[in-house]
Design a protein around this ligand. Structure first.
Ligand code: KG4
Ligand code: ZN
Length: 339
């Protein structure tokens, strides 16, 4: 079974061709996973400009799909078993480009169309590179748009345990990086600078929200802004490193503790962390330590599969197709699509 998957939910245009040889979906073969980033366009604004993102998706969608299809030489679109497309959540203008494109190909070539939730893609990204976790597993999605904890009881069986009440963790990274005068996206910059800073230099608050598995990061962002108000620009190099390290320690303490609570509450023995922030080096280290103490098996995808990519959408598409969940021409993207 050969699936062409498309993700245009945010600012990356991505298309991927994934082959599934086994009916179980085990051992998917990623033939291509093309990601065209728009970072350069949005960097000068310090964040994503939705209108610019959708216009760029329009320009890139054909070349990106062409490049993904080139992995199978001359195989025409008719050779596909299905097209899987991200139908939300995301920026509506961006989602519309991917969905309209996928619907047009599906209609003209008579190929089944399957809509996949972006969060389902992240949750299943841990099956791209190996056998993946055993059900039930706890999955933390930690990205620019989401910070959510799910109990994954099976393919297509997801129970929301908690989520951010305000900013997503990646959004907090990006906003703090902007306050520090760093580039966009801020996560990788803070990750790098934090290695040379003191995580105990500034005691930033940790919102544990006891009794729930929800998150809150806006107070932490405000605490960083207030701290910086007391300092003259340009900030000293070491101070920037210390703020980066102390901010990151506050984010990671909460993320790690919440995963631990979620595992205790549900009894799950496997833990997955997915989404852009999952590629953070200190997060990987901290989660591994916690998982080792809890005797849990930890799954974190390679960086290319942590950030937005279409290959993860193919996994969701495969399982929905198998279950007979064909979307058809009525598929409409939704900015706040629920999982
Ligand atoms: O999953 P993703 O590509 O897009 C969304 O669905 O949001 O995640 C992007 C987010 C950005 O906020 C970026 O700053 C963050 O992931 N990020 C990181 C790192 N790499 C990317 N955050 C912390 N450390 C990193 N190494
Ligand atoms: Zn994402």
């Amino acid at each position: 079974m050969l699936i062409l998957a498309i993700d245009t939910s945010c600012d990356d245009t991505s298309a991927s061709l994934v082959e599934f040889e086994e009916a179980s979906g085990a051992k998917p073969r990623i033939l291509s996973n093309i990601i065209s980033s728009q970072t350069e366009i949005h960097a000068k604004y310090g964040g994503i400009v939705p209108e610019l993102a959708s216009r760029r998706h329009n320009e890139l969608i054909w070349p990106v799909v062409d490049e993904a299809m080139a992995a199978v030489g001359e195989t025409p679109l008719e050779g596909l078993s299905a097209i899987a497309v991200c139908a939300g959540p995301g920026l509506i203008g961006s989602l519309l480009v991917g969905c309209s494109f996928a619907k047009a190909v599906s209609f003209s070539k008579k190929i089944p169309l399957v809509g996949v939730n972006h969060l389902e893609g992240h949750i299943l990204s841990v099956f791209l590179e190996g056998a993946g976790p055993r059900f039930p597993y706890v999955c933390l999605i930690v990205s620019g748009g989401h910070t959510s904890l799910y109990l994954v009881e099976g393919f297509m069986h997801y129970r929301l345990l908690g989520r951010s009440r305000d900013d997503a963790a990646g959004e907090a990274y990006d906003k703090v990086a902007k306050l520090l005068g760093l580039g966009y996206p801020g996560g990788p910059e803070i990750d790098r600078l934090a290695k040379e800073g003191d995580p105990k230099a500034i005691a930033f608050p940790r919102a544990y929200l006891p009794g729930t598995l929800d998150f809150s990061f806006s107070g932490l962002k405000t605490a960083v802004a207030n701290f910086l108000k007391g300092h003259q620009r340009p900030y000293g190099q070491q101070m920037v490193r210390d703020v980066a390290a102390s901010f990151q320690a506050a984010v990671l303490d909460v993320l790690i503790r919440k995963c631990q609570w979620a595992a205790k509450k549900t009894g799950a023995e496997n833990l997955a962390v997915a989404g852009g922030v999952a590629s953070n080096s200190a997060l990987k280290h901290g989660m591994s330590e916690m998982a080792r103490k809890m005797e849990m098996e930890l799954f974190i995808p390679s960086p290319a599969f942590c950030t937005d990519n279409a290959a993860m959408i193919a996994i969701g598409g495969f399982h929905r197709l198998k279950a007979g969940e064909i979307s058809g021409a009525g598929l409409n993207p939704q900015a706040s699509l629920k999982l």
